[in-house]
Design a protein around this ligand. Structure first.
Ligand SMILES: Nc1ncnc2c1ncn2[C@@H]1O[C@H](COP(=O)(O)OP(=O)(O)OP(=O)(O)O)[C@@H](O)[C@H]1O
Ligand SMILES: [Mg+2]
Length: 600
């Protein structure tokens, strides 16, 4: 067949395939256009998962008649100043979204710019443009898209159920809503319960709480760090708030939601110490930098970016997250605490009106309700471990009044050990329940880590050095990091251009698949520029050893031992969760307890 120029309609359909993958991509493009138009309020409506109908209404600047006519043409945009692709400040810039949507569906745009006497509207069906007609609309723009992919039926087959398409739409709107707390959003339609996120000028955590849930709001740490003109802000969930997948990680570059491997990798590295491989934190991070330092023109969907200095960005994120986690390491998620409260409540909350227990002298004292409704005599348990005589339960409180300095410590004064597993401590304004095994495990692990950091890792010499063949670039990259690897107990040397010789390995790792480790390292260094696999393996061993060397649940502790453990938890970093990301303690505030007993 001879070479020929494709018709505009075919070209548009091809482009549409890249830009409009599913209903959610249409919603993304339309909402981004609304944001670029300076909207303060954006309403999204979908039906049939967005396949039957998508309508996006904004109160932005709108378009003139001439703009509208051009906007649906391919490669027509108002956003590229001086044709400068190097400093893009808007979400759109390709001039492709509207013609692509128009090529795949029936699209009607109604819009009014202030300067125009009235609104105008245009319809594009399967790439066929109608004439521009006068229309009624007071301000802004409404884009209605019906029967998506009716013009490209091949794509229809790839769509998932309406329900999962509706879910994908929701995710897109959530992401954009997170990046712009100053804009109010609504999302409605037959597919869903309507949601409204009201605008709150620059109150980021409020919007994140609205979108990600109240749990996130209370269990997130603020992040704010800057280096060489790159800033990262946002909120990172405590490790105890982890998930089984990374879908709860929202990353933004200059306000643009992205799914970037480099950023995900940085998050993984930062939490490596706190979470096992199969748990993922919840977070929303916003990277801002000079538009010239980042290329957003990587993919038609504009969800990937390239940083000019990716090492800088990655390093900054890892550092910012690690610092924040270390700073707040003693804090465990309160989720456990409130769940505990919820368990307590039905079992123990007095039925109002049953009798006026507030005035009754027989108010329960010294009794700790346990989940499931059982009650444990506080004083009895205390006697068992505190070894003080005196029977009466109601005397317990006075008898064990702890030294003032202990009760003022964050984790309070140990008062009892229950079930030979939990330490109950009294604080100035509440009580703390510690899982003694989890707490001790974290302490042992942190100690081992500190020792490794201080004096390096003990090594064992291999009888015969192991030669590992790699490609030349990998071998060179590994050799360049020989010093750092030595610190972690791995001694390597170059061995010709495409191989390294491994002479010593970390004793901690014992018998080791040297080849596997070196290959992992080479791969990781090439991709992420750090030696995380080795560190991770060492830490894994350290944490396993910590786990086995720790105070087991089921061991009876003396009061001094309990208090010593509490004091150590306060001094050790990251003691709010064990190495598996579970909390090491839960705290109940007096106010919570009073609420349980109906005193508040
Ligand atoms: N909601 C809107 N309000 C005002 N103007 C709009 C709106 N949507 C689109 N436009 C105008 O139409 C033009 C074309 O929009 P389109 O989405 O096709 O391209 P773009 O946003 O410039 O680039 P991209 O293809 O990357 O999205 C925009 O540049 C803008 O001027
Ligand atoms: Mg656009």
């Amino acid at each position: 067949m001879p070479v020929r120029q494709l018709s505009e309609a075919v070209v548009n359909r091809i482009a549409a395939g890249e830009v409009v993958e599913r209903p959610a991509s249409v919603v993304k493009e339309l909402v981004e256009n609304a944001l670029d138009a300076g909207a303060h309020r954006i309403d999204v409506l979908t039906d049939g998962g967005g396949c039957r109908l998508i309508r996006v209404t904004d109160d932005g600047e709108g378009m003139t008649r001439a703009d509208l006519e051009l906007a649906v043409e391919r490669h027509a945009t108002s956003k590229l100043e001086n044709d400068d692709l190097l400093s893009i400040r808007t979400l759109g810039f390709r001039g492709e979204a509207l013609p692509s949507i128009g090529a795949a569906a029936r699209m009607t745009i109604t819009t009014r710019r202030f300067s125009e006497p009235h609104a105008w509207s245009i319809t594009v069906e399967a790439g066929e443009k109608s004439a521009v007609k006068p229309a009624g609309l007071s301000q802004g723009t409404t884009v209605e898209v019906r029967d998506l992919f009716y013009a490209t039926p091949a794509r229809l087959k790839f769509l998932k159920t309406d329900r999962s398409e509706a879910e994908a739409v929701r995710d897109v709107v959530r992401r954009l809503a997170m990046s712009r707390p100053d804009v109010s959003f609504t999302l409605a339609g037959e597919d869903r319960a309507p949601v409204t996120w009201g605008a709150a000028e620059s109150d980021q955590i409020a919007r994140l709480g609205d979108v990600l849930g109240a749990d996130f709001r209370v269990n997130a740490i603020a992040i704010d760090a800057e280096r060489e003109g790159v800033r990262v802000t946002g909120f990172a969930g405590l490790p105890t708030l982890s998930r089984a997948n990374s879908l709860g990680q929202y990353l933004f570059v200059n306000g643009r939601p992205v799914r970037d491997k480099l950023l995900f990798g940085a998050v993984r590295a930062a939490y490596a110490d706190y979470l096992p491989r199969d748990r993922h934190p919840l977070l929303a991070l916003f990277v801002t930098l000079d538009a010239r330092e980042v290329d957003v023109n990587v993919h038609p969907a504009k969800t990937e970016v390239r940083f000019r200095d990716s090492t800088l960005v990655r390093g900054l994120i890892v550092r910012a997250l690690k610092d924040a986690l270390a700073r707040e390491g003693q804090r465990a998620a309160t989720t456990g605490g409130s769940a505990t409260i919820a368990t307590f409540r039905p079992a123990t909350a007095p039925r109002r009106g049953a009798y006026d227990w507030r005035r009754s002298p027989a108010r329960p004292v010294g009794l700790v309700p346990m989940p499931g409704g059982a009650t444990v005599g506080f004083a009895e348990a205390a006697q068992a471990t505190f070894d003080v005589g005196g029977p009466a339960a109601d005397a317990a409180v006075a008898r064990f009044e702890p030294a003032a300095d202990q009760i003022d410590r964050p984790l309070g004064a140990a008062r009892a050990q229950l079930h030979e597993t939990y330490i109950v401590a009294q604080t100035r304004d509440g009580l703390v329940i510690v899982d003694q095994h989890a707490a001790h495990e974290r302490i042992v692990y942190e100690r081992m880590k500190a020792a490794i950091e201080k004096s390096g890792v003990a090594r064992q010499i291999l009888l015969i050095p192991e030669i590992v063949e790699l490609d030349e670039a990998d071998a060179a990259r590994l050799a360049a990091r020989a010093d750092e690897l030595a610190h972690f107990g791995l001694i390597i040397e170059t061995f010709g251009p495409g191989a390294v010789a491994v002479r010593e390995t970390p004793s901690l790792l014992g018998e080791l698949d040297v080849r596997g480790l070196v290959n992992d390292l080479a791969e990781h260094i090439a991709e992420w520029n750090d030696s995380l696999p080795l560190e991770r393996r060492l830490m894994h061993v350290a944490s396993t050893m910590a786990c086995h060397g720790s105070v087991r649940a089921g061991r009876r502790l003396k009061p001094d031992e309990m208090n010593a453990l509490l004091r150590e938890m306060e001094s050790v970093p990251n003691s709010g969760q064990c190495n598996h990301g579970r909390p090491t303690y839960v705290e109940l505030k007096l106010t919570d307890i009073e609420r349980l007993f109906g005193r508040r």
